[in-house]
Each structure stands twice: as structure tokens, then as C-alpha cells.
Write a protein that binds this ligand. Structure first.
Ligand code: NAP
Ligand code: MG
Length: 502
């Protein structure tokens, strides 16, 4: 039995899993890296190493891709009846649901988020994603097409799986990001090589065991642990991969695009954001205060769609900023597994330094700290206090760049002209999401149309559902995750045209 020294609050079962000899899933078997190399996994609440996982490199990537290739070209998965594929996805969803507490513990320990949040958020959303996509397997259809140019033909389209898919995910929602990628690709009949984020491999490795238990055939899902350069780069470049789906930074997204050029594999990208939350004076102010605070502080601001630019009408600016700042000041920082935790540590030392660096740069450029600041007061672990900055200007780094931490810039506006505030909201290279807070229906819908972003929330923020498409305009990405739209990422369309002349 494992010692509980990794964290005394972790259940024995989870501790046993965490401290096991971890293996990657390649071709239906659990294997070490070909080189035998491993790398450490840290607990962000105290910076200690909790376990080691295999370090995949080009040779492991090649083995995994060739297994996925064989499974696609020769195996049962793409040829299985859609209802059978759906049944297996539902079985996987049931298995994950049965292990909800275990997955929530792993997410909390590995990523730092509160156990309670993972338990009611990450894990149920994951389960629902597999169920929702299980339902789509039987509804993927082509069309019959009347032809305009004369002659007698019977023409139709077939929707076929794109083939072997490489998937690369980040660390902010380790299990849920795996589900957003795996579930639709599996529903479409693709085979997969998934690379987990180096910071948070544990829930994905546990998921690999349930994937086998659910009866997904060997080679269909291969799961690798490794670094971006050592494993992610050769995966994105591999010539036997037909498509790469990536979630992460815009910077690495551009590298993925270059790596994909060799064999012109299809690419979808879910990248960064700098999402505005816009509060009009007629909003329900209590709702707007708690909603915009949660827009930025949820998941410690480590959300690509975090509401990191808070635009508030000058009539209610002080009230909203005071409200959000007072919520920020009262948030209890603690390790994610501590029942009192309202906000855990950031995921890593690197991310901690990045976020603190942004707060310091904002202050150096003249921003005022209305709550929080660069010093957390917590001795160990990568904790950053939820921070509200005012007195910013549009050219400051904190206003322009994605911070990916619990830091919001509050900016007043006084424009009567709604187009002016839309222009300010759109003044970014990103276009992932936005929220609008108002009781005025006309205003809400006008702003929703004017914002160049893949999601606009009205009187809410960070609402996710398997049915809602999610993705970016501009440099926030290509393609959509979730909903019916995501199926386009994993399907090819074949036109079949039969002459009826005999
Ligand atoms: P990242 O470097 O873009 O990592 C995302 C994934 O890509 C990870 O699995 C990473 O592996 C992998 N990767 C890195 N370099 C690669 C390469 N050359 N080829 C193929 N794959 C590669 O993001 P990060 O370093 O974890 O975080 C940095 C910043 O990215 C954050 O501060 C935030 O601004 C942004 N971010 C955005 C999202 C989002 O959801 N849009 C999510 C996470 C981060 P490793 O884990 O080994 O690096
Ligand atoms: Mg990285």
C-alpha cells in the first residue's frame, strides 16, 4: 500500500494509483518509454514531487502512431456499427462517473484546483461529453444532392472518419480537455494518439485504464506522457497522422501549424484569449459583481475564456470594482484537497512566476492594485492572490496579453455609443469569448453580434455544455470543439455520383 505522504487527505486508493509504476497506453498495452526515461510530477500546493511518469520521445510517438494507423486501416473501430460505438462511449462515461471522487482527487492533487470544484465541474462535464458524443455516433449522415447541370444522376455524400488523429492538450482542465478531444474523434470512428500535458498527466493515465476496461479495441486510443518538444513536436509532424487537434497557447499553436505542413495534415486549434466582460449600468449589479468575479477567478483564472478585461460603465464602476475586489479579498487560498479551499495554487512554478511577473509589470506601468497583488502571503506552493487592477491603459501588457491567472483589469467606459464599447472589446488579437451584463435585450443582442468571438455569454460567463460549440475567432483558433460542430473536425466528406444511364 502506498504511503499517504503525498497528501494525508488523499484516499488510499488514489494514493496507490499516484505512486504506482506509471505506464503509457500504446496498442492496448501499458508500457514504459522505449528509453526507460521518466519525469517528475509535482504537487503544486507544496512543490513536492509526488510521482514519476514515462517520458515519451520520437520512438514512442512512432509506435503509438503506427498502432493507431493499423487500428484505423485494419481494425474494427471505424467499421463497427455506430450504435456499438455509441454503446462503448456510454460505458466509458458510466465508468468515469463511478470513479468521480477518485478523478476529482487526482485533478486536485495534480492541477491544484479545489476537489469540490473538480467533483461538481470537471468530472460530470467529462461524463456528459462522452454521453453526448455517444449519442452522435448514430446521427452522422450525408445528404442526397439534386444536380443542377442536367443528366440523370444519383448523388450523395458520405461522412467518413478523417483517420489517425494526434491530440495535444494543456493542464488547466486535464480530464475535461481529454474528453473534449477523445469523445468526438471516437464518435466519428477515428483512432487517436493523445499527448497529455507534462504538468498534469495523472487523470489521463487513470482514464487510459478505464478506456481499456470499457472495451475500446487496442490501438484505437494511445495515451502518451511527455514534454512538448520531445513528444508533442514529433507527433504533430508525423506523416502517418491525418489530423492534429491542439489546445494550448497561441505561440505553440503556430508551431503546430508549421509541423503539420509536411504532409498537409488537417489542423484545428483552440488557443488563448483575453475575453472582455462588459457591464452596463442597467445590469443586475449584484449578479454582475458575482458573475464577473467568477468569470476571472474560476479555475484560478487558468481558463482560455477567463473574463480578464472588465469593462464597466462609469455610473456603476466604483460599485462593481468594490464588489469584485471584496470577493477577491475574501477568497480563501488553500491546497485543493483542503475542505476550506476556495482557490488552490496555480499549476506550476513556471506559471506562478509568469502571473506574478504580469502583476508586477502592471504596477510598474502605473496600474493601481484594488485587491490582491504580487505577494500571496502563503509560504509554500504556487499561490497567487486574486488580483484586481485599475488605472490601466489599453497598451499595457496586462491589458493586451493573456495572463492565464487570477488577474483582472477593470476599465471604466462612458460611451453612449454602443459601437465604441464593442470596438474596445474587440481591440485584441484574440476572439475566444465575451460576456455582456445588462437587462436591456436590444443592447445584449447588439453587443453579442458586434463581438468578434466564438462565444458570447449574456448575464453569465464560463457556462460550458457538451451541446455548445466552443472555439475562437482571430488568433484564438481554428474550428470548434463540442456540439454538432466538432464533428466537422474529425470527418471527411466524400461525394458519390452515380450515372443512372444504363
Ligand atoms: P503550451 O506550451 O501551449 O502547452 C499546451 C500543450 O502543447 C502541452 O501538452 C505542451 O506540452 C504541448 N507543446 C508544447 N510545445 C509543443 C511543441 N513544440 N509541439 C507540440 N506540442 C507542444 O502551454 P503551456 O506552456 O502549458 O502554458 C503557457 C501559456 O499558454 C499559458 O500561460 C496560457 O497563456 C496558454 N494556455 C492556453 C490554454 C488554452 O486552453 N487556450 C491552455 C493552457 C495554456 P508540455 O506540457 O510539455 O509543455
Ligand atoms: Mg509548455
Amino acid at each position: 500500500m502506498a504511503t499517504l505522504s503525498i497528501d494525508p487527505r488523499v484516499s488510499v486508493r488514489t494514493a496507490d494509483f499516484v505512486t504506482t509504476d506509471h505506464r503509457m497506453l500504446i496498442d492496448g498495452r501499458f508500457v514504459a518509454a522505449a528509453s526507460g526515461k521518466r519525469f517528475p510530477v509535482y504537487n503544486p500546493a507544496n512543490g513536492e514531487v509526488i510521482t514519476q511518469v514515462p517520458e515519451a520521445e520520437a520512438e514512442d510517438v512512432n509506435r503509438a502512431v503506427m498502432a493507431a494507423r493499423r487500428a484505423f486501416d485494419e481494425g474494427p473501430w471505424p467499421r463497427m456499427t455506430p450504435s456499438e460505438r455509441g454503446r462503448i462511449l456510454w460505458k466509458l462515461a458510466d465508468l468515469i462517473e463511478q470513479h468521480t471522487d477518485e478523478f476529482a482527487e487526482l485533478e486536485s492533487l495534480d492541477n491544484g484546483k479545489p476537489f469540490s470544484v473538480a467533483r461538481v465541474g470537471d468530472v460530470p462535464l467529462t461524463v456528459d461529453m462522452f454521453r453526448y458524443m455517444g449519442g452522435w455516433t448514430t446521427k452522422i449522415t450525408g445528404k442526397t444532392l439534386p444536380m443542377g447541370m442536367g443528366g440523370e444522376y444519383h448523388s450523395y455524400t458520405l461522412r467518413e472518419p478523417v483517420g489517425v488523429v494526434a491530440q495535444i492538450i494543456p493542464w488547466n482542465f486535464p480530464l475535461l480537455m481529454a474528453a473534449w478531444k477523445l469523445a468526438p474523434a471516437l464518435a466519428c470512428g477515428c483512432t487517436i494518439v493523445l499527448k497529455l500535458a507534462e504538468q498534469t498527466p495523472l487523470s489521463g493515465l487513470r482514464l487510459a485504464q478505464l478506456i481499456v476496461e470499457a472495451g475500446i479495441p487496442e490501438g484505437v486510443v494511445n495515451i502518451l506522457t511527455g514534454y512538448g518538444e520531445g513528444a508533442g513536436a514529433p507527433l504533430a509532424a508525423h506523416d502517418q497522422v491525418d489530423k492534429v487537434a491542439f489546445t494550448g497557447s497561441t505561440e505553440v499553436g503556430k508551431l503546430i501549424l508549421q509541423a503539420a505542413a509536411g504532409n498537409l495534415k488537417k489542423v484545428t486549434l483552440e488557443l488563448g484569449g483575453k475575453s472582455p466582460a462588459i457591464v452596463f449600468p442597467d445590469a443586475n449589479i449584484d449578479l454582475a459583481v458575482s458573475g464577473t468575479a467568477s468569470a476571472i477567478f474560476f479555475n484560478h483564472g487558468q481558463c482560455c475564456c477567463a473574463g480578464s478585461r472588465l469593462y464597466v460603465h462609469e455610473k456603476v464602476f466604483d460599485r462593481v470594482v468594490e464588489g469584485v475586489s471584496s470577493i477577491a479579498s475574501e477568497i480563501k487560498l488553500a491546497p485543493g484537497l483542503d475542505p476550506a479551499c476556495q482557490m488552490g495554487p496555480l499549476v506550476s512554478d513556471e506559471q506562478y512566476r509568469r502571473v506574478v511577473g504580469y502583476i508586477e509589470s502592471g504596477i510598474a506601468e502605473g496600474a493601481r492594485v484594488a485587491a490582491g497583488g504580487p505577494v500571496s502571503g502563503v509560504e509554500r506552493g504556487y499561490f497567487v492572490r486574486p488580483t484586481v487592477l485599475t488605472n490601466t491603459n489599453p497598451r499595457m501588457k496586462v491589458v493586451q496579453e493573456e495572463i492565464f491567472g487570477p488577474v483582472v483589469c477593470a476599465v471604466p467606459f462612458g460611451d453612449k455609443d454602443v459601437d465604441a464599447i464593442i470596438r474596445r472589446a474587440n481591440d485584441t488579437i484574440y476572439g475566444l469569448a465575451a460576456s455582456v451584463w445588462t437587462q436591456n435585450l436590444t443592447m445584449a443582442h447588439k453587443v453579442a453580434r458586434g463581438i468578434r468571438a466564438g462565444t458570447v455569454w449574456i448575464n453569465c460567463h464560463n457556462v460550458f455544455d457538451a451541446a455548445l460549440p466552443f472555439g475562437g475567432y482571430k488568433q484564438s483558433g481554428w474550428g470548434r470543439e463540442k456540439g454538432e460542430e466538432v464533428l466537422n473536425n474529425y470527418l471527411e466528406t466524400k461525394a458519390v455520383c452515380l450515372s443512372l444511364q444504363s
